[in-house]
Design a protein around this ligand. Structure first.
Ligand code: PLP
Length: 408
């Protein structure tokens, strides 16, 4: 099956269905052998097999591309330029395929840290195993980044901003300039910010990746990923071939759920980020809290850069709880409204402890070098009323402190 380019055209629905139909099929029938040959030769648009492409997935991809549209600055035409998108069966599928499409044996990849734990594992274990050299640089270390990208055969700079789980912010314009200087591609994981608050392609990035499991879908019902780029040729050739061969393709039903979820993306993230700002301000005033990271707080180390490149600060908050790991466990155990869960970006507030959960597989020294300390609690703020989350956190912080006092 070597026809990666034939299967992504949008087809008009014969009944004028308002919403895209769910084409829950593994394969497509041909009118004739000649039509099949024309489809495989790429001479006609159409679908042959769902691992190569599917109309429901194509509808989701068209929507994804529009979400990351690049708006040229006036006075040039105000019509946005729409990039191309490929949907994957998970964020890790999207990230792995992207990096494997860009780098081969002997190449060098640079990444800022911290990163989502799975991405850190991919860069730390799998890519070196394949003979791809990887250098990680702490987010915010501009000199380190400049030195790292100038190492021989740097083909990609991978950045997560705001970063999981510390909420560190990376200057995307600077990263784009550094990557461009050495002819490397800048890949940005835009999962935390979402296209509502940050458009990396507009800031000079070459490729955007998402875990659409999170805000894009928004309801915690799907695992999905996405790659968006203005380099349509690369996407339709190299990346589509890798998706086809690695098989990280979304199901039509998942693509449909993501399509539907994305319709309320802007409403959801604006509401959640308003709550997140107020929760972060409240947390900063709590005696049981030693520090708070939220790019929207004026004294946050990432505030200035975030204010330049984001139109909102997102709905993720990180804080340090006095009493470290033990107090963190007690805080989690005492929560009644917020859910103890990894993942993020759904309607409910989710709270987790990265050192023992999402980033537990990283050695402690490596974790701490990336800023992921034992006292860090990560919060994905949901759509509940602020007062409800705040009172839940208040009683849970109190319970954690009380238990610590009893232990002493
Ligand atoms: N990127 C970020 C920032 C994430 O937080 C995650 C997962 O939590 C991923 C990528 C991986 O996404 P998925 O779990 O959909 O494979």
């Amino acid at each position: 099956m070597d026809a990666p380019h034939v299967s992504r055209a949008l087809v008009p629905d014969p009944y004028g269905s308002h919403e895209p139909p769910i084409y829950q099929t593994s394969t497509f029938t041909f009118d004739s052998a000649a039509q099949a040959a024309a489809l495989f030769a790429g001479e006609k648009p159409g679908f042959v097999y769902t691992r190569l492409g599917n109309p429901t997935v194509a509808a989701w991809e068209a929507r994804l591309a529009a979400l990351e549209a690049v708006h040229p600055a006036p006075p040039v035409p105000l019509v946005p330029s729409v990039p191309s998108a490929l949907a994957f069966s998970s964020g890790m599928g999207a990230i792995s395929a992207t990096l494997l499409a860009l780098a081969g044996q002997g190449d060098h990849v640079v990444a800022t840290e911290p990163l989502y734990g799975g991405t850190a594992e991919l860069l730390g274990d799998l890519l070196p195993h394949l003979g791809i050299r990887v250098t990680t640089v702490r987010a915010g270390d501009a000199d380190g980044l400049r030195r790292a990208v100038s190492l021989p055969r740097t083909v990609a700079l991978f950045v997560e901003t705001p970063a999981n789980p510390t909420l560190d912010v990376v200057d995307l314009r600077l990263a784009a300039a550094l990557a461009q200087e050495v002819g490397a591609r800048l890949v940005v994981d835009n999962t935390f910010a979402t296209p509502v608050f940050q458009r990396p392609l507009q800031l000079g990035a070459d490729i955007v990746v998402h875990s659409s499991t999170k805000y894009l879908g928004g309801h915690g019902t799907v695992i999905g990923g996405a790659v968006v780029t203005t380099d349509t040729a690369w996407l339709n050739d190299r990346l589509l071939t890798l998706r086809k061969l690695l098989g990280a393709v979304p199901s039509p039903f998942d693509a449909w759920l993501l399509y539907q979820g994305s319709k309320t993306l802007e409403l959801r993230v604006r509401r959640a980020s308003e709550t997140a700002l107020r929760l972060a301000q409240w947390l900063a005033a709590q005696p049981a809290v030693s520090w708070v990271r939220y790019p929207g707080l004026p004294d946050d180390p990432g505030h200035e850069v975030a204010s330049r490149q984001m139109s909102g600060y997102g709905a993720m908050v990180a804080f340090g709880i006095k009493g470290g790991m033990e107090a963190g466990a007690r805080f989690l155990d005492a929560l009644r409204v917020a859910k103890r869960a990894v993942s993020l970006g759904c309607t409910d507030t989710l709270v987790e402890h990265p050192a023992t959960m999402t980033h537990a597989h990283l050695p402690k020294a490596e974790r701490e070098a990336a800023g992921i300390c034992d006292d860090l609690i990560r919060v994905s703020v949901g759509l509940e009323d602020l007062e409800l989350i705040q009172s839940d956190f208040e009683q849970a912080l109190g319970a954690a402190r009380l238990a610590a006092a009893v232990d002493r």
